[in-house]
Structures are given as structure tokens and as C-alpha cells.
Write a protein that binds this ligand. Structure first.
Ligand code: HEM
Length: 131
């Protein structure tokens, strides 16, 4: 038998199947941004870089390779979002798009709940306008 020891703890990155899974998730997310138009105006016309930035970040966050920080440095997400006006409406639109993208990827319930918890928390943290 050829059993390879891969360590006691599998990361979420490994559990979903690696880079491609996150790239697909992020493609779905930006597809929703395009179709829905609620926050499309905040993003540049060309979504190539936002796609790459978002998927590299999520790959790193969930235990994959740290390409994001090698290319962009420390994430400092709140600071990087400061140029965009993010209120409750923008936050909710972002969250809806990500929730739909996640549904489309059909992860296990544990992974879905872990990601939703993170996204809820982090997207709320990105709100930077007073209402
Ligand atoms: C869980 C919450 C969020 C995460 C993990 C996240 C992640 C990211 C990342 C990694 C970047 C690229 C930063 C860089 O390297 O320059 C980015 C950019 C951006 N985000 Fe978010 N974001 C979140 C919430 C939001 C929300 C609520 C909005 C508001 C609608 C938003 C709008 C944008 C915009 C407009 C950009 C610029 C696009 C670009 O050039 O990359 N984000 N986000």
C-alpha cells in the first residue's frame, strides 16, 4: 500500500481542492457584481486584477500559498478599501454576491458556515462611511 502522510490537519484550501476552487468562487462573485450592478461602479472597468487580488487573498487566508502577500505585501484590507465608499448597502450587496457565489460552489456545510462567518465579519469591518 502506498499511503502518503500529509500531516494531521488539512487546511480548508486543501479540503476544497486548491487554487482552482477559489478562482471559480471569485469568478462567480464578479459575475454577480457585473449582472447585479449594485456595486459595479466601485470597481475598475477591467476586472482582471480585482479577480486575481481577491482569489490570491482568499487562497492565502484559507491556508494556501502566500502569493497575495508576496505580490501585494501585508493585506491591510480595511486600509485598502478606504478609497471606496462602503456603507451598509454596499456591504450587503457584496455579501449577497459572495453568498450566491458560495452556493454555486456547493461546499460542505462546515466549509460553507466557516466561510460565511468570516465573510460576514470581514465585510462588516470594511464599512467606512457614517450613516
Ligand atoms: C470579506 C470582505 C472582503 C474581502 C475579503 C475583500 C477582499 C478584497 C481584496 C483582497 C482586494 C484587493 C486589495 C488589493 O490588493 O489591492 C479588494 C479590493 C476591493 N474591494 Fe474588497 N473585500 C471585502 C469586502 C468588500 C466590500 C464590502 C466592498 C464594497 C462593496 C469591497 C469592494 C472592493 C473594491 C471596490 C476593491 C478594488 C478592486 C481592486 O482593485 O482589487 N470589498 N477586496
Amino acid at each position: 500500500m502506498n499511503i502518503k502522510w500529509v500531516g494531521a490537519k488539512k487546511t480548508i484550501y486543501d479540503a476544497v481542492g486548491g487554487r482552482e476552487w477559489f478562482e471559480e468562487l471569485v469568478d462567480h462573485f464578479y459575475e454577480n457584481v457585473e449582472i447585479n450592478q449594485r456595486i459595479r461602479h466601485l470597481y475598475p472597468d477591467d476586472l482582471t486584477l480585482p479577480k486575481k487580488n481577491t482569489s490570491d487573498f482568499l487562497i492565502q487566508y484559507w491556508g494556501g500559498p502566500s502569493d497575495y502577500s508576496e505580490r501585494r505585501g501585508h493585506p491591510r484590507l480595511r486600509m485598502r478599501h478606504a478609497p471606496f465608499q462602503i456603507g451598509f448597502e454596499e456591504r450587503d450587496a457584496w455579501m449577497d454576491h459572495m453568498r450566491n457565489a458560495l452556493e454555486a460552489m456547493n461546499p460542505t456545510i462546515e466549509i460553507k458556515e466557516a466561510m460565511l462567518e468570516y465573510f460576514e465579519m470581514a465585510s462588516t469591518h470594511m464599512i467606512n462611511v457614517e450613516i
